[in-house]
Write a protein of this length. Sequence first.
Length: 75
Amino acid sequence: MTRADLDKRAELTVWPSQGPAHVAQGHQFLTLREALAAAAEAMDAEDAQPWIITEDGDILSPRWIRAKVAAGRLQ
């Protein structure tokens, strides 16, 4: 993933870590950077499992998101 990828569109789906899957919430973001920030907030506030699909079709798992956010690689 390159820095340019952070400026492409992304879709974030937040799944509850516990409970029925039918309550997942999907959101469109203008940039992957925004989607990653929202995913980090969801993990902290809701103990959720966020998944992101990038404009190029890459699927980012909660583990990948957590590692990138923790390393401060959102710039």
